[in-house]
Design a binder for this molecule. Structure first.
Ligand SMILES: [Zn+2]
Length: 140
């Protein structure tokens, strides 16, 4: 008796529209499988490597995936920045990143690379280019 009149408790489910996905969450424990964030970072690394490759080939007459010293240094720099990106799993594309982690000179270099390689990515690496575009749209 009386068991059926439970006090009605409206579930407090305040919507939090402004809440960013996982701002400070670091590689959580116990989540099996390849994590989404690592896929994203790895993809970003492949994208930037491909872009620098295209740029170097077009500007410095290198071929076969070899980079000149200058471009290799730029790529190393970009990959280092990426590995230290504070966003990791919530990473957007660098072009939209609010933290400008590149030194100004490097930033100019990478922008030149992206301007040149961006359109060409669609031809050479359509899937990477597409995923890069989607990353930029879905995660900002
Ligand atoms: Zn080069």
């Amino acid at each position: 008796m009386g068991a059926s009149d439970l006090p009605e408790q409206p579930m407090p489910r305040a919507p939090q529209p402004g809440r960013q996905r996982a701002v400070t969450r670091r590689g959580g424990p116990g989540k099996a499988g390849p994590t989404k964030e690592h896929r994203r970072i790895r993809r970003e690394a492949r994208t930037v490597a491909a872009m620098v490759g295209i740029y170097c080939q077009g500007h410095h007459d290198t071929a076969g995936g070899h980079l000149c010293g200058e471009c290799q240094a730029l790529l190393d720099y970009a990959l280092l920045r990426l590995s230290r990106c504070p966003f990791q799993e919530a990473k957007t594309t660098c072009a939209k990143c609010p933290v400008h982690c590149y030194a100004p000179a490097r930033r100019e270099q990478i922008r030149a690379v992206m301007r040149y390689a961006g359109p060409r990515m669609l031809l050479r690496h359509p899937l990477l280019a597409l995923m890069h575009l989607i990353d930029g749209i879905t995660n900002r």
